[in-house]
Design a protein around this ligand. Structure first.
Ligand SMILES: Cc1ncc(COP(=O)(O)O)c(C=O)c1O
Length: 397
């Protein structure tokens, strides 16, 4: 089974990139300003981090999300690791999180020796099921880590209420959530810390990149230290101290200016990018309505209080056997459709380092039936072809 998963995963990577006649799963979009800004970063003769473009990106994020401080990092993974250090997690501590997520959500806490405690997801949004969280809290629980799958918010009011009642911080893994809102508030700005990804597969990207959003102003100074190899170099660069030194644990999490220059060009067009993605998402959603009514597929659910960013469009087919047939046929017909997370509780590291606090019924079921469809800027003229091929394939499967 694990071997089959591995093969499927390798086949996925190939079909995601696409061959000559393949409609790929993802195609990075260039706004047209990236190279000009990279060139300006070069002219600035400041290629290490925290120069003009890093500062522009941070301010943009702070304005968009409303947090007092946003720190650029190499990845969402790096931002999660910083959050785990700021929370002073130690061996024996427990972190509640969904199993239906990327490895980094758990790994950042496991690196500190904490135990990932998996809780099942909701059948509608595939986000952490807030109704199961309270029963999973033990005297060792230190953090609740929430993931906003597909850029659709988890039930944050209920989750924050439980966290407050137990005096637990919430970390929002908003890797997929830039430009999404929950009750008008930006994802990543609701918990103590929010983490974003600018990986090539994300709506706004720079290849590899991320950010830590910090809501509590009192922890900004320490976050800067953790991000700068445990030193107070950020204060030194601002002229607040006359030399810098090692003051705490930390690591190297500052991305260089070339990446920030690229990212800045993307951020400038974030509204247009999101609007175009939403148009593609909505076209899929309309095209598959009747298949949902006929109970052939289940479409994504977006609660009324969520404004999403069209990060992913997925369908749930009837069972995992059907999913394998549909993916194989779509690949053969030139459509780069993919499955998504292999649940962490069933992964080798998840089994070794974590434990399940609930049944994983919904996680196992949904992860086995989910298919992600191509969504990228430039897909528009090919989308009717994808829709037609998906429709005929799932009806036959
Ligand atoms: C929920 C989630 N968290 C974290 C990550 C890791 O992001 P990065 O590649 O920026 O480290 C991903 C990657 O897609 C993700 O889906």
């Amino acid at each position: 089974m694990r071997c089959a998963d591995g093969l499927l995963q390798r086949a996925q990577v190939l079909s995601a990139r696409g061959g000559p006649s393949m409609i790929p799963f993802n195609k990075p979009y260039m706004t047209g300003r990236e190279l000009a800004y990279i060139s300006r970063a070069h002219e600035n003769s400041h290629l290490s981090g925290d120069g003009e473009f890093t500062s522009r990106c941070s301010h943009w994020l702070e304005q968009r999300t409303g947090v007092p401080r946003a720190l650029l990092t190499h990845s969402c993974t790096a931002a999660l690791e910083i959050a785990a250090m700021l929370l002073d997690l130690a061996p024996g501590d427990e972190v509640i999180l969904p199993s239906y997520t990327f490895a980094s959500t758990a790994n950042a806490f496991a690196l500190r020796g904490a135990t990932p405690v998996f809780v099942d997801i909701r059948p509608d949004t595939l986000n952490l099921d807030e109704r199961l969280v309270e029963a999973a809290i033990t005297p060792r629980t230190r953090v609740i880590a929430v993931v906003h799958y597909a850029g659709v918010a988890a039930e944050m009011d209920a989750l924050l209420e439980i966290a407050n009642r137990h005096s637990l911080p919430v970390v929002e893994d908003a890797a997929q959530g830039l430009m999404s809102l929950y009750k008008g508030r930006a994802l990543g700005s609701l918990g103590s810390y929010g983490t974003l990804s600018f990986h090539e597969t994300k709506n706004i990207y720079c290849g590899e990149g991320g950010a830590l959003l910090i809501r509590d102003a009192a922890t900004i100074a320490r976050a800067e230290i953790v991000r700068e190899k445990g030193t107070d170099r950020s204060r030194f660069l601002r002229g607040e101290v006359d030399k810098y030194t090692w003051v705490d644990i930390g690591s190297s999490y500052v991305p260089g200016e070339l990446l920030a220059a690229f990212l800045h060009a993307q951020m400038e067009q974030a509204e247009e990018i999101t609007a175009r993605r939403l148009a593609i998402w909505n076209a899929y959603h309309d095209a598959f309505r009747d298949l949902e009514q006929r109970e052939i597929v289940r479409r994504p659910a977006v609660p009324d209080e969520c404004r999403h960013n069209a990060h992913l469009y997925y369908l749930l087919v009837r069972d995992s056997g059907e999913r394998a047939r549909v993916l194989a046929e779509l690949k053969q017909r030139g459509v780069g459709a993919l499955f998504h997370y292999v649940p962490l509780h069933s992964s080798p590291a998840g089994r070794r380092l974590g434990r399940c606090a609930t049944s994983m019924r919904v996680t196992d079921d949904a992860s086995g039936r989910l298919i992600r469809l191509p969504i990228w800027l430039g897909l528009e003229p090919h989308q009717h072809e994808v829709i037609e091929k998906v429709r005929t394939t799932v009806v036959r499967a």
